[in-house]
Design a protein around this ligand. Structure first.
Ligand SMILES: Nc1ncnc2c1ncn2[C@@H]1O[C@H](COP(=O)(O)OP(=O)(O)O)[C@@H](O)[C@H]1O
Ligand SMILES: [Mg+2]
Length: 283
């Protein structure tokens, strides 16, 4: 190789090098931009997920309110009907006062008034009982406070607020929880866990007309631990899906009332604020 030839190849190599370098620089810049875009997208997605989680919680509160309205309707309606017929009865009775009355008129007025008062009292105290149960659940759901409570009463209160939904299904809900199990925990989040699991059992396990059972069971296991099981005799979970059900957005009912966030929330609550563990079985 002569000198000119060597010089030529040196120049070629140099220019190749320069080109390579500028290509690397350009590519690096491109990658950096893509990276930024990706992390922006990730942030947006995270935000969207947080909002969805929030709206799933709001939906729970919404159905709570709908439940209150529905359940109160009956006792208040009954009370109102009886009160207004009583009002009418008093009017005709006062007419008799002027026209003159027999002893039997007085007797039947007393009997009817007593009965009406009984019905009104019973219905209003039913309404009062409902309101205080709902109030407890609403306070629990909107704050994450720790307090002591009996597990059985927490379950009963939450079932009461779910009545508007569960009454549309033929399947029975059985509670096998000893009355003495006392918890020092977070009733709101625990109530949300129960609500999500029961809603899932109904939505995914059964058709409204299906007979079947949802069983809520609790046992103390060792010092300071409770094992809470929510089981159903519904159609079960496909073995292929079993390991995916706690993933956010995993749902087999996309566009049919499923968000795929229910069990993700349950998983987070149990592992987070409740300090427990969760597992799933399907047979
Ligand atoms: N009790 C159940 N019976 C049958 N399948 C269930 C049950 N609970 C959950 N699943 C399955 O797990 C999936 C995820 O549940 P979830 O996170 O609550 O989302 P979503 O209820 O919005 O679909 C459901 O789509 C369903 O396929
Ligand atoms: Mg669900």
């Amino acid at each position: 190789m002569d000198v000119t030839e060597r010089e030529e190849s040196r120049q070629k190599i140099e220019s190749l090098n320069a080109e390579l370098e500028s290509r690397v620089l350009a590519r690096t810049a491109e990658l950096r931009a893509t990276n930024e875009e990706l992390s922006q997208t990730l942030k947006t997605l995270q935000l969207a997920k947080d909002q969805l989680v929030q709206s799933e919680k709001l939906a729970a509160l919404g159905s709570l309110v709908a439940g209150v309205a529905h359940e109160l309707n009956t006792p208040i309606g009954n009370g109102l009907t009886v009160a207004s017929s009583l009002e009418h009865r008093v009017q005709t009775f006062s007419g008799l006062l002027d026209a003159g009355m027999r002893r039997s008129d007085l007797q039947s007025f007393v009997d009817e008034t007593r009965l009406a008062a009984e019905i009104i009292t019973r219905n209003l105290s039913r309404a009062g009982h409902l309101v205080s149960s709902f109030k407890q659940v609403a306070v629990d759901q909107t704050s994450s406070h720790r307090r002591s409570f009996t597990l059985a009463s927490l379950i009963a209160e939450n079932l009461l607020t779910l009545n508007a939904v569960t009454r549309k299904y033929a399947c029975r809900i059985e509670v096998q929880v000893a009355a003495h199990i006392l918890m020092e925990s977070y009733p709101g989040p625990l109530g949300q866990v129960l609500t999500n699991l029961i809603n899932n059992a109904l939505l995914h396990g059964f058709q409204p007309e299906d007979s079947g059972r949802i069983v809520i069971r609790a046992e103390t296991v060792g010092e300071g631990w409770v094992e809470l099981t929510v089981g159903d005799t519904g159609k079960g979970i496909d073995p292929d899906n079993l390991h995916r059900i706690f993933e956010p957005f995993f749902t087999t009912r996309l566009g049919q009332g499923g968000s795929g966030l229910g069990l993700h929330i349950v998983h987070n609550i149990v592992g987070g604020v409740l300090g427990g563990r969760i597992k799933v079985d399907s047979v």
